[in-house]
Ligand binder design. Sequence first.
Ligand code: FMN
Length: 322
Amino acid sequence: MIPYVAQMIFDNRVTRLLGVDIPIVQAPMGYIAKPPLVAAVAEAGAVGLVPGSLGIDEVRDDIHRTRDLTDRKFGVNLPIAFVRDIKIVDMILEEGITFVTTSAGSPEKLTKTLKDAGLIVFHVVPGLKGAMKAVESGVDGLVVEGSEGAGFKNLRDVTSMVLLPLIASRLDVPIIAAGGMADGRSMAAAFSLGAEGVQMGTRMVASLESPVHQNMKQAVVDAEETDTMMINQHNGKPVRVLRTESTAKFELSLEGDPMSLLGDILALYRDGDINASLPQLGQVAGRIEAIQPVAEIIRQTVAEFEDTLGKLAHKYLVDAPV
Ligand SMILES: Cc1cc2nc3c(=O)[nH]c(=O)nc-3n(C[C@H](O)[C@H](O)[C@H](O)COP(=O)(O)O)c2cc1C
């Protein structure tokens, strides 16, 4: 593993609450966020998340295997709709996990239990109403997800550019921005809109430590910014995916059930058959030009974040004509 070298110092509510150095979160992608990826993110000083969508035993096993690869902190994502056994909370506590993100369900379901257990909780929200409800239920922070991101989305889609300043202006909890984050420029933009951290999904798919087939990683690199689309709105479960031969027929269609393709997700992730299932990718794929090691993604993002802020300050503050 590339040795971790401290760069600029981040000291904000996200780094303090999660106990990490760099407020960059690897998205909790089912089947993709496996121990080598989560550990590489943690080793780089950032926030690795183990997906909690699979059963207690698989999650415990992933925590153990991640622990074998790093002694740095990492968290767990609990997708509420998929939590079949509440004992998962005791398990992650026993395993020494100190923070979780919750998603895919009402924050009222688990927040009190998680907070009473002493965990730090950030809840994933696609809109202001959901954010207010989460804060009312006692979360420590929010993952605010714009509709340009990959995966399942809100029926009423709003982008990060609008959502972040809206929620930051109404609620005083730390925000992690998700949707369209891939480098230091997008991170600087998110921070200027009120975020104190960023979550990356699509960017991490095309990382060296990501376990998906080379074809899926190359699809991220080859994609243009217009190559993803939202489908399945007519079934009430919009999802942003890459337009492929098999998904194109669902674009602007009020028929069919794209969810039926989800059953073959491993034929896509493991065997590389891009038409076998739903390649959940975000619009930011159009800005990703190379498959890189996680440590390099994190190091470059922090360096570019610092450079972007520095240049802006110089151009418009320091060197601005008086
Ligand atoms: C391939 C893939 C699979 C994903 N699976 C999940 C999932 O299982 N649970 C979840 O909460 N989010 C999932 N997401 C969404 C991410 O958590 C994240 O919020 C989103 O990717 C952010 O937008 P971005 O793709 O522009 O970075 C997935 C994203 C991708 C790219």
